[in-house]
Design a protein around this ligand. Structure first.
Ligand code: WQD
Length: 338
């Protein structure tokens, strides 16, 4: 099977590429490198011994993207490509709606034209919105998103449901990610945010490397076990495995499945700091800061459906996630930019 990964040079895309190649698939990556580096492709080859075919393409550019379908017999599309910074989406909502929705629509149109029937979508727990009960279960209503980034995920989910309702051959899996962290154990690929990181783990690893002075913990007065925010952190390699199983499932079924990819366990910011310190024997200095706008106190997945439908469950624990995140950062202090 030949899998097209849009945004395949990014953090989750690159790890997913490795898992697909290791599972015997042929992979084509389409990425405009707007938030990733070409070196990723070399690293994937170093890890797997196989070089994925690579197109430097903005997948909302229909003419350019069509070339991929003309030159390759694609069996399934895994659609990662999209802007993903929550704060930026509030400042530039039109850019987010245009880019994220356009690229999904373009892929769907090309799939229809070229008879490709499996679509795996990179969705997010953010679609459950601010008022959902925890744990988040797939059958819950979605919406009430707190930022344009989240709304683009929600809207694309709806577009996909409508497309599948009108095309009985189409198989769609909406993978709702919780908080992906960690890195490939080789230390050759990992998360490489530009500028000062927004997310917790990249921030912690940059404190560990001395690039940043201390971690700011955003609030310690939430109604959680230690007052700091609680999330469902998942190892990016577990997440990647989920995509391979989703593609296998999609090739045999029709219709739409929403599936959480999380561990089902919530950890607080201080739990993560402690786990990181223990896993790597490095002290992480931190200060308590005010709550960050838009943050929810606590959420985690109900992870049962992924087990029932895909036979998937997360295998790697928080310590492994912290060890692998640090292994990547330590070996690549400037990310791919060396
Ligand atoms: C985790 C916890 C923070 C940084 C975001 C997006 C979501 C998504 C994943 C995107 C929170 C706390 C963080 C720091 C801190 N999808 N924190 N100090 O906000 O759960 O999810 O990323 O592609 O849509 O919203 O992740 O890693 O930013 O925060 O105390 O310097 O760590 O308050 O409790 P979040 P995060």
């Amino acid at each position: 099977m030949n899998i097209l990964l849009t945004g395949g040079a990014g953090f989750i895309g690159s790890h997913t590429c490795v898992e697909f190649i290791n599972s015997g698939y042929d992979v084509v990556i389409a990425d405009d490198l707007s938030n990733s580096k070409p070196k990723v492709i070399d690293r994937i080859e170093e890890i797997t011994g196989k070089r994925p075919k690579f197109y430097k393409v903005d997948v909302s550019d229909r003419l350019a993207a069509e070339q991929i379908f003309k030159e390759n017999k694609i069996d399934a599309v895994v659609h990662f490509a999209g802007y993903k910074a929550v704060g930026e989406s509030c400042a530039k909502p039109l850019m987010y709606y245009r880019n994220n929705i356009d690229s999904a629509l373009t892929m769907l149109e090309l799939m229809e034209e070229y008879g490709v029937n499996s679509f795996i979508f990179s969705s997010s727990a953010t679609v459950y919105g601010a008022d959902a009960d925890i744990p988040y279960v797939e059958g819950m209503p979605t919406g009430g998103c707190t930022n344009p980034y989240g709304w683009t995920k929600h809207m694309i989910e709806q577009i996909l449901r409508d497309a599948a309702a009108a095309n009985e051959k189409l198989s769609v899996i909406l993978l709702r990610y919780f908080n992906p962290i960690g890195a490939h154990p080789s230390g050759k690929i990992g998360e490489d945010p530009s500028g000062i990181p927004n997310n917790l783990l990249p921030y912690i690893t940059q404190v560990a490397s001395g690039r940043l002075k201390e971690l700011g913990v955003f609030g310690n007065d939430y109604d959680t076990h230690d007052g700091t925010g609680v999330r469902d952190y998942i190892h990016v390699c577990d997440l990647a495995d989920g995509h391979v199983l989703a593609a296998e499932y999609a090739s045999k079924h029709r219709g739409v499945e929403e599936i959480n990819l999380g561990t089902g366990v919530g950890y607080s910011v201080l739990d993560v700091v402690n786990a990181f310190e223990q896993a790597n024997d490095i002290k992480i200095p931190y200060v308590i800061k005010p709550r960050r706008d838009g943050d929810l106190p606590e959420y985690y997945a109900d992870a049962k459906k992924a087990g029932e439908v895909l036979g998937w469950s997360a295998k790697r624990d928080l310590k492994t996630m912290c060890r692998d995140s640090w292994n990547w950062q330590k070996n690549n202090p400037n990310g791919y930019g060396d």
